[in-house]
Design a protein. Structure first.
Length: 320
């Protein structure tokens, strides 16, 4: 079937006239009439009722018109997406990300992106507070946490784990901690940026779950500050895998109760609602999610997944 005939037929129904449909399409009325007639012959049914004043769709024509509109819209979207994919990123790409994740991961990707696309300027805002994307001043946000419903659109690009860690100075006391309840006697550094900095749920399998409220000996309001305090021997704390991976590998930190898991979360790119993403956005997301596109940038954990910083309290939109 010639799909151009669907466009001719849809234009006739939309305008109510072969003449106006021809004007819209930029072709002659005779061509529109011939092509619609051929479409009716191909389908073996009448799609239009023709009068001297106006053209009306038949019942079958109304049903077919609704399908044609959907098909034509999908085709238009496909062409637009291909055109955007082939376009070179230009202009200014404005990104916002949490301070932790932005410093540890996004800055390196931005550097590689700017080198690959010199015609595109990047403005990265590192902000722990959720930035309003509806203002139109930001092209995309990178957030870490758990999704909630929103009018925005999001795409999951990775995940993170939370780990209970402490300095080697606590080796002897840590060795005695065989159960989450044993932790309440150990000094704990609370991250006051979190909604519940002291209440943690430890799990082992689907059925064995234990919620423990720890006692803070030190309270700090930033995740990097908590990490520094833990490394200095101030106490235990829960930190994201990306922040502690190097210290664990070097023996400067110890993973406590590794047989127990804490809740993990997701990493998302978040966008204002729109049908299409400009090339500058899609190209950046591809670099962020494909290690091969980052030209040697190392932002992965030992399992090959994207490692991420801690940002647990942000409100995120539903994934697209």
């Amino acid at each position: 079937m010639n799909l151009n005939r669907l466009a001719y037929f849809a234009a006739v129904v939309d305008t109510g006239s072969f003449t106006r449909a021809a004007e819209r399409l930029g072709i002659t009325k005779a061509v529109v009439s011939q092509q619609v007639a051929q479409l009716e012959r191909d389908l073996g049914t009448s799609l239009l009722v023709r009068t001297t004043r106006r053209v009306h769709p038949t019942e079958a024509g109304r049903m077919f018109h609704a399908r044609c509109v959907m098909i034509l819209r999908e085709a238009e979207d496909a062409f637009d997406e291909l055109a955007q994919a082939a376009a070179e990123p230009t202009g200014t790409l404005r990104i916002t990300a949490p301070n932790d994740y932005g410093t540890a991961v996004v800055v390196a990707v931005v550097t590689a992106y700017a080198a690959r696309y010199p015609n595109c300027r990047v403005e990265l805002t590192l902000e722990d507070q959720t930035v309003d994307l509806a203002s139109g001043q930001i092209d995309m946000a990178i957030r870490v946490g758990w999704l909630v419903d929103s009018s925005l659109q999001a795409r999951k690009i990775g995940a993170f784990r939370q780990l209970l860690v402490g300095a080697p100075a606590f080796t002897d006391r840590i060795a005695a901690a065989r159960d989450p309840d044993d932790l309440v006697t150990l000094p704990f550094i609370a991250n006051m940026a979190l909604r519940e900095p002291l209440l943690w749920q430890f799990s082992r399998g689907d059925l064995d779950r234990r919620a423990v409220r720890l006692q803070a000996s030190i309270a700090i309001d930033t995740t990097p500050g908590v990490l520094a305090a833990v490394l200095a021997g101030g106490g235990l704390s829960v930190l994201p895998d990306f922040l502690v991976a190097d210290a664990l590998a070097a023996g400067r930190l110890i993973h406590i109760l590794p047989q127990r898991q804490l809740p993990s979360g997701g990493i998302h790119t978040v966008y204002p609602a729109a049908r299409f993403r400009p090339p500058k956005v899609t190209a950046f997301v591809e670099m962020l999610t494909r290690p091969s596109d980052r030209r040697g940038w190392s932002g992965q954990n030992s399992c090959g997944g994207l490692i991420s910083p801690l940002r647990w309290t942000v409100c995120l939109p539903q994934a697209s």
